[in-house]
Design a protein around this ligand. Structure first.
Ligand SMILES: Cc1cc2nc3c(=O)[nH]c(=O)nc-3n(C[C@H](O)[C@H](O)[C@H](O)COP(=O)(O)OP(=O)(O)OC[C@H]3O[C@@H](n4cnc5c(N)ncnc54)[C@H](O)[C@@H]3O)c2cc1C
Length: 349
C-alpha cells in the first residue's frame, strides 16, 4: 500500500469536497517522496463512479471500506478500522480534514498508534534530506506560524483546514486502482451506535464549505439583527458566521463561531459586520480570498486586514448592500429574494 494516505469523507453516500482538497496536498507530498498516494474511504453507499473521481483528482489507489455499519461516523469503530489499517500497512503520512470528523477521529487514532498529530495545518511540505513531514500551523493565538515535525514516530499525521487549498483539476485519463476492503466484524464497536444526526438542522451550518460567509459581531447589538446577515447570506448563496462574543451572548449558536476556538473558513468572500478583528477571530478567516469589513471605527483591526473596508454604521451599510443586491437580482429576473420582513426598521429597533 501507498506511503501517503488521505482520508476521504462522505455524507449519505456522497463524497465531500474536502476529500479532493486533501488529495491535492497529498499528491505534492507523495511526488516529493517519490511514492504512491492512497485515498481511504470509510463509509457506506459511495458509488464506484464517485470513488474513481478520487483517482481523477490525484490518488494512485483508493481503499474503500464500506458497510452499512459505517454509514455514519462513530469515533470508536472508525478508529478501530483506521488503526487496523495503519498496523497492517504502516503508512508514513496520513492527512485528514480538520472537520468535526477529522478533529474527533485523528486524535483518537494518534493516541492509539503512539503517533504525533498536528491539527489545523495550513502548509505541508517534505524536509529535504530526511523526508520528514513539515507541518505548519498558526500558534500562540495566530501570532506566529509554527512548523512541526515528527522525526521519531510513524505515521506522521496532520489535519488540514478545509478550503485552505484547491483540488487538482480532475483528469479522467489518470489511471489508478479502486480496492474494496471488507469490514472485519471485530472492528465494529457494538457499544456505540449512531442514531442519526441530531434534529438541529435549523442550526446546522456548513461554514467550512461555504463560498460566501457573512459574519456578525458584538456590533450587531442583538440576536434579532442576525436576520439581516441571514438575508444577505441568502442573497449571496452563503452562510452566517459570528464572533465568539456574539455566540457567548447567545445571539447565534456555536456552530456559527469563526476563529481560534471556532471554525476556520476560507470562503471566496467574507463580510464581517460589527467585528473588531481580534487576533483570535482573524485566525479563522485569514485564508479568505476577499475580506470586507463593515465597522464604524476606522481603526478597527478588521479594516487593516480587509481588502475592502467600509467605515460606517453597519445597519445602514447592510441595508444598502441588500437593496442593491435585490435591485440587481430584480434586473436579472431572479425572484428568489431574502425572507420577507428581515430588513424592516422594527428589526433594528
Ligand atoms: C482563548 C481565546 C479564544 C478565542 N476564540 C475566539 C474565536 O474563535 N472567535 C472569535 O471571534 N473570538 C474569539 N475570542 C475572543 C476575541 O478575543 C474577541 O473578544 C472577540 O472576537 C470580539 O468579538 P467582536 O468583534 O464581536 O466584539 P468587539 O471586539 O467588541 O467589536 C465590536 C465591533 O463592532 C463595532 N460596532 C459597534 N457598533 C457598530 C455599528 N453600529 N456599525 C458598525 N460597527 C459597529 C465596534 O466598532 C467594534 O469594533 C477568543 C478569545 C480567547 C482569549
Amino acid at each position: 500500500m501507498s506511503f501517503v494516505w488521505t482520508l476521504a469523507e462522505q455524507h449519505e453516500g456522497r463524497l465531500k469536497a474536502v476529500s479532493y482538497e486533501l488529495l491535492g496536498r497529498g499528491r505534492a507530498l507523495a511526488d516529493k517522496l517519490d511514492t504512491k498516494l492512497a485515498s481511504l474511504l470509510i463509509g457506506d453507499g459511495v458509488s464506484e463512479e464517485q470513488l474513481q473521481t478520487l483517482v481523477h483528482h490525484g490518488a494512485d489507489e483508493v481503499y474503500a471500506i464500506q458497510d452499512p455499519r459505517l454509514a455514519q461516523f462513530t469515533c470508536e469503530t472508525y478508529s478501530n478500522v483506521l488503526v487496523h489499517l495503519i498496523k497492517t500497512y504502516r503508512p508514513s503520512v496520513i492527512l485528514a480534514a480538520a472537520t468535526s470528523t477529522g478533529r474527533t477521529l485523528m486524535p483518537h487514532v494518534a493516541v492509539r498508534s503512539h503517533a504525533g498529530l498536528t491539527a489545523d495545518c495550513t502548509e505541508l511540505d517534505i524536509e529535504p534530506g530526511t523526508g520528514h513531514l513539515l507541518q505548519t500551523r498558526p500558534a500562540i493565538g495566530g501570532n506566529i506560524m509554527a512548523t512541526i515535525k515528527t522525526p521519531d514516530h510513524r505515521p506522521q499525521m496532520a489535519t488540514v483546514r478545509p478550503k485552505s487549498s484547491r483540488p487538482l483539476p480532475a483528469d479522467a485519463t489518470r489511471a489508478g486502482r479502486v480496492i474494496a476492503v471488507p469490514l472485519d466484524d471485530v472492528l465494529v464497536d457494538e457499544r456505540v451506535k449512531a442514531r442519526g444526526y441530531r434534529g438541529d438542522a435549523v442550526d446546522f451550518v456548513n461554514l467550512e464549505e461555504a463560498d460566501v460567509v457573512v459574519a456578525g459581531g458584538r456590533g450587531m447589538k442583538k440576536a434579532e439583527h442576525f436576520a439581516l446577515l441571514q438575508a444577505l447570506a441568502d442573497a449571496l448563496g452563503g452562510a452566517v458566521g459570528a464572533t465568539r462574543d456574539a455566540v457567548d451572548r447567545g445571539w447565534v449558536g456555536y456552530p456559527h463561531q469563526v476563529g481560534l476556538s471556532g471554525k476556520t473558513i476560507s470562503p471566496r468572500l467574507y463580510i464581517g459586520a460589527g467585528i473588531s478583528g481580534a487576533i483570535q477571530h482573524l485566525a479563522g478567516i485569514k485564508t479568505s480570498e476577499t475580506i470586507v469589513s463593515i465597522n464604524s471605527d476606522p481603526d478597527a483591526s478588521l479594516h487593516q486586514v480587509a481588502d475592502f473596508g467600509i467605515v460606517g454604521d453597519l445597519f445602514q451599510v447592510l441595508e444598502e448592500l441588500q437593496r442593491r443586491l435585490d435591485e440587481r437580482r430584480g434586473a436579472s429576473g431572479s425572484d428568489a429574494g431574502p425572507p420577507a420582513g428581515t430588513r424592516t426598521p422594527e428589526a433594528r429597533a
